[in-house]
Design a protein around this ligand. Structure first.
Ligand code: ATP
Ligand code: MG
Length: 556
């Protein structure tokens, strides 16, 4: 990186873009693209690519095309197209044009004929095994196919025949006549078109030949006038071919740049593998909150800002690395802390009876909705004689410095009174049944004149007002740090305890919870309403806990 780049904290792609703009390349124009194959839902790796491509356009006043790379008819589906559009929008980005590589099939067919006419492509009747054998190994030049010297006329006629459906699948391919002695195996006469009698989700049965990735991708970039075509490192060796096609076709010279894929610890980022998890029912769907997909993150309560900030923070690397997934949690927490309404929910309840509070009476307490947001106001929470507190907020024989409830000890109920535990009621087998407490008069929060200082504050819910809800608590989906690179099947490393279902008692305010709203169940974690909630049954997903185990200082 240049000195200036370092000072301004530019990533290497920004440096390239700035240099190109300064030099007046492409008439000072910047156009990037995000080119998903619609064969699955977008995951966090795609989010990185989206933030990078759209981010560059925003920063330098350019645009970004959303291009569906739908040249492979068998794996693609409009369900995926819709989810991808939805996810990109949700992440906060707007594309310049919505495009489909399949819209270029006619143009690509013409390009292929240009190559044939110029003597840069031929129809090969060899089997794939024969082709592989003739290609040979990188250390030694390959051998020409016996069909390499076909005449232009013959090639043209055969290629037209392929397109007309005259030949069976697998009998012929169109190959580039590139360089059979190149040390880059991709340059050894790569396949441009293959026969496939497959129905395409957009072009239907119009075609029975489909272009290969390398032929479609760069040409699509060029057709659209993409200035910077950014992809991941596995395409480094494809760059030579990318440039070769553009040069031979004499079309707009888009340029390819590669960066390192985002790999997250304890996470799989491969659509093919994620699809297996869905199909084999390890998860409930692409948006199961344990999945690393954008739709799962949304359902789990992550925010677009948190994902964007995370992508920003990890930067753009030139070498593969594994990012700690807790860094993502860190940004989720940061954002939710600003947004979430603080509410009370008790997960493992014990009943508390406040003996000196009138039976049948309901008093209201005012609680701040969000101390981080002065505009968020206050909320009324009902207080009655019988409440639930967390079992773990009581100890019969507490150690020193235990500041919660214990026999004879006082604690403050959040937003309400100071109470003291007078009596512990157990059943015959010695299990805790109920705590009988008394409240300190004049100790109500906001109007406390008791003069008492208690160190502990605990949350609670009024039993007659409490709503029973379900909490879904998630753990990592994989038990090992890098499940994608372990030996054997990645599914052997699935954490079978990644979902825990708990009952919760929540305050009545949450009867009107919506899936868009973010909540902090105080002293517990961030939660969001799950769309599975219906007919008055509330289901909450735990987004992330409150504790931050990640040290941001060491994240660099
Ligand atoms: P997968 O292996 O999950 O199918 P892919 O690269 O084949 O991923 P595409 O739909 O082709 O998926 O990807 C669209 C864009 O997203 C590409 O430009 C690709 O480079 C980028 N991308 C995919 N995965 C990652 C990742 N883990 N990190 C960064 N960029 C990614
Ligand atoms: Mg791909």
């Amino acid at each position: 990186m240049s000195e200036e780049g370092k000072i301004r904290n530019l990533n290497f792609i920004e440096e390239i873009v700035e240099a190109d703009l300064e030099a007046g390349k492409n008439d000072g124009r910047l156009l990037t693209r995000f080119p998903p194959e619609p064969n699955g839902y977008l995951h966090i790796g795609h989010a990185k690519s989206i933030c990078l491509n759209f981010g560059l356009a925003i920063k330098y006043g350019g645009g970004t095309n959303l291009r569906f790379d739908d040249t492979n008819p068998v794996t693609e589906d409009t369900e995926y197209v819709d989810s991808i559009k939805n996810d990109v929008k949700w992440l906060g980005f707007e594309w310049e044009n919505e495009l489909y590589a399949s819209d270029y099939f006619d143009q690509l067919f013409e390009f292929a004929k240009v190559l044939i006419r110029k003597g840069f492509a031929y129809v090969d009747d060899s089997s794939s095994e024969e082709m592989a054998t003739l290609k040979g190994v990188p250390s030694m030049p390959g051998t020409d196919s016996p069909y390499r010297s076909r005449s232009i006329e013959e090639n043209m006629a055969l290629f037209e025949g392929m397109a007309n459906g005259d030949f069976e699948e697998g009998t012929r391919v169109l190959r580039a006549k590139a360089d059979m002695s190149s040390s880059n195996m991709l340059m050894r006469d790569p396949i441009i078109y293959r026969i496939k009698f497959a129905h395409h989700h957009r072009t239907g049965d119009k075609w029975c030949i489909y272009p290969m990735y390398d032929f479609a991708h760069g040409q699509s970039d060029s057709i659209e006038g993409i200035t910077h075509s950014i992809c991941t490192l596995e395409f480094v060796s494809h760059r030579e071919l990318y440039d070769w096609f553009i040069e031979k076709l004499e079309i707009f010279p888009s340029k390819q740049y590669e960066f390192a894929r985002l790999n997250l610890s304890y996470t799989i980022t491969s659509k093919r593998k994620l699809l297996q998890l869905v199909n084999e029912k390890y998860v409930s769907g692409w948006d199961d909150p344990r999945m690393p997909t954008i739709s799962a993150f949304r359902r789990r309560g992550y925010t677009p800002k948190a994902i964007r900030d995370f992508c920003d923070r990890i930067g753009v690397a030139k070498r593969d690395n594994l990012i700690d997934v807790s860094l993502l949690d860190f940004f989720v927490r940061e954002d939710l802390n600003k947004l979430a309404t603080r509410v009370m929910a008790v997960s493992d309840p014990v009943k508390v009876v406040i003996t000196n509070f009138e039976e049948g009476l309901t008093e209201t307490c005012e609680l701040e909705n969000n101390p981080e947001d002065p505009e968020s106001g206050v909320r009324e929470v009902p207080f009655t004689r019988e409440i639930y507190i967390e079992k773990e907020d009581f100890m019969e024989n507490p150690p020193k410095k235990y500041f919660r409830l214990a026999p004879g000890q006082m604690v403050r109920l959040k937003g309400a009174y100071i109470i003291q535990c007078d009596e512990v009621i157990k059943n015959e087998s010695g299990e805790l049944i109920e705590l009988r407490c008394s409240l300190v008069k004049n100790s109500k929060s906001g109007q406390d004149e008791s003069g008492l200082k208690v160190k502990g504050t605990i949350h609670w819910v009024s039993i007659p007002h409490a709503i029973k809800a379900e909490a879904r608590i998630y753990d990592r989906l994989f038990k090992v740090e890098d499940p994608g690179s372990e030996e054997g099947d990645f599914k052997d490393y699935i954490n079978e305890n990644s979902l825990e279902i708990k009952e919760l008692y929540v305050e009545p305010y949450l009867a009107n919870a919506t899936t868009d709203a973010k909540y902090q169940f105080i002293r517990n974690g961030y939660y969001v309403l799950d769309p599975d909630s219906r007919d008055g049954k509330l289901i909450f997903n735990k987004t992330v806990g409150l504790k931050d185990s990640f040290k941001i200082e060491t994240a660099k």
